[in-house]
Design a protein. Structure first.
Length: 232
């Protein structure tokens, strides 16, 4: 590998996964995902990332002030962790999305949603625009945190909010940054990747065919643009 990454850990269902194992204890057929960020090194969790296999980290639940995750049933027919996502919100505006579904995907860097929802989100950010050169939505790097919208996506009947600090993904020049939420294109479902997953503690319960979610709490929003990597 030429970068800091070590590869992709495939944890989808059998239809799109080549790894099979049938001897896991029934009450341990789950894994959890806690994605951190360099932006959160001053938070209680130090921006750390981890997975657990076979158990839920109770310390995370305690830190978030809850005793039980929010659960939603999943549709595994296409091999994904797919669930109903019938609404979203941008600030105080709740958007009814009808029969919309989403997948939670640790292998996707951004959050990918419908074009209409992208327009709602970036319409709430001053001077945001769709940039033809970068083929995506961009907004000014110096946008203050109080001018960034509160954005949430539904997991079943409950919405979970994206951290404002993750609305910006990477510098693209001209004082602008590429947004962490972009269009899903021709996909018929949302793909909730790391932009969204960094705001939640995600529980993938394969045994009971359900997805669990906990809203994480951060004391501060570090909206500094991601540093540009230096060429060696």
């Amino acid at each position: 590998m030429k970068s800091a990454g070590d590869g992709l850990l495939g944890l989808a269902f059998g239809r799109i996964n080549t790894i099979t194992q049938d001897d896991i204890k029934e009450d341990q057929e789950l894994f959890t995902c806690h994605l951190g960020s360099w932006r959160d090194k001053d938070e209680e969790d130090k921006g750390g990332s981890f997975y657990t296999f076979g158990y839920i980290d109770q310390e995370v639940l305690d830190r978030c002030g809850i005793s039980e995750p929010h659960w939603v049933g999943i549709d595994t027919t296409k091999g994904f962790w797919q669930f109903a996502s019938p609404s979203a919100s941008v600030n105080s505006k709740v958007i009814d999305r009808g029969p919309n579904t989403a997948i939670a995907d640790t292998g996707t860097t951004l959050a990918l949603v419908s074009d209409d929802l992208c327009k709602e989100i970036y319409g709430a950010i001053p001077d945001a625009k769709f940039d033809e050169k970068n083929q995506g939505w961009v907004f000014p790097i110096d946008t203050p945190v109080d001018k960034l919208p509160r954005v949430s996506f539904a997991v079943g009947n409950k919405r979970f909010e994206v951290q404002k600090e993750d609305l910006g993904f990477a510098k693209v020049g001209g004082g602008m940054q590429y947004g962490g939420i972009q269009s899903r294109g021709d996909f018929k479902f949302d793909i909730l990747g790391d932009t969204w997953l960094k705001a939640v503690y995600a529980i993938f319960d394969q045994g009971k065919k359900r997805f669990g979610c906990v809203q994480r709490i951060e004391q501060n929003q570090n909206i500094a643009a991601a540093p540009t990597s230096k060429k060696k």
